[in-house]
Design a protein around this ligand. Structure first.
Ligand code: BEZ
Length: 236
């Protein structure tokens, strides 16, 4: 890439950049086709590589779990459609990893040989590779707004439990107008008021809600049952 070239990358809070693409599941118009659903758009460096294979097997085996949280998955690499199809078939027919075998990847995998989408989403990081996308993750809400962005380098496989936690935590923050603290999981206490709001300290400290506990003006937690969270987030 030329020196001094300004590369624009979408940021948290931006609308997800629009594109049309060919995928292993047909053509898509992104993010329009996913209106009303959460969607994870993620890139991987290359088909027929080991870390990516372990990631696809893991993600594919969690697809139903994500769908149950109203979250669809869409993959992308700068390989072509026939490479994608051959790689996914090989995974299903031959690869066994951590007890997973016969794994069928049913979510769409975008072909992006021109790198148009990868460039648009800032998935090419020349310091890491000029010819492959890094492991980028964009979590996009039902209105098409980017809510979280996570990047991993080529050598490091992602933690898919963490991606699921991110989706559930963002939905919980929206539904209950709270923030979720470090390592939060459904059933753990949440933070009030929500992140970014500036509640009045005195009001906060005098909160009459018996579920709210204020340790000081800047740190108030509230109980939120696991069942209450899951009832809102998960489809039955
Ligand atoms: C892998 O998925 O194993 C991989 C891909 C690109 C570079 C290095 C590793």
């Amino acid at each position: 890439m030329e020196e001094n070239k300004v590369v624009s990358m979408p940021r948290i809070g931006d609308k997800a950049p629009e594109f049309k693409a060919v995928t292993t599941q047909g053509n898509i118009h992104f993010p329009n086709d996913y209106k009303g659903s959460w969607v994870i758009l993620f890139s991987h460096p290359a088909d027929f590589t080991p870390v990516c294979t372990s990631e696809f097997m893991t993600f594919a085996s969690m697809e139903e779990q994500f769908a149950n949280a109203n979250c669809m998955l869409v993959g992308l690499s700068v390989d072509g459609l026939y490479s994608h199809i051959a790689w996914l078939r090989t995974i299903k027919e031959k690869i066994e990893y951590k007890g997973m075998k016969d794994v069928e990847v049913k979510f769409p995998l975008i072909e992006d040989i021109t790198m148009e989408v990868a460039q648009k989403y800032g998935m090419i990081m020349p310091g890491e590779s000029n010819t492959k996308a890094v492991r980028a993750v964009f979590v996009i809400d039902p209105e098409g707004t980017i809510r979280a962005i996570i990047y991993y380098p080529l050598s490091l496989g992602r933690n898919f439990d963490e991606l699921y936690r991110v989706v559930v935590a963002l939905q919980t923050a929206d539904e209950f107008k709270v923030a979720t603290p470090a390592d939060w999981r459904p059933g753990d206490e949440v933070i009030v008021p929500p992140a970014g709001s500036c509640g009045i300290a005195k009001e906060r400290m005098e909160n009459k809600d018996e579920n709210v506990k204020c340790y000081d003006w800047f740190f108030c937690t509230k109980k939120l049952d696991k069942e209450t969270v899951l009832k809102k987030v998960l489809k039955k």
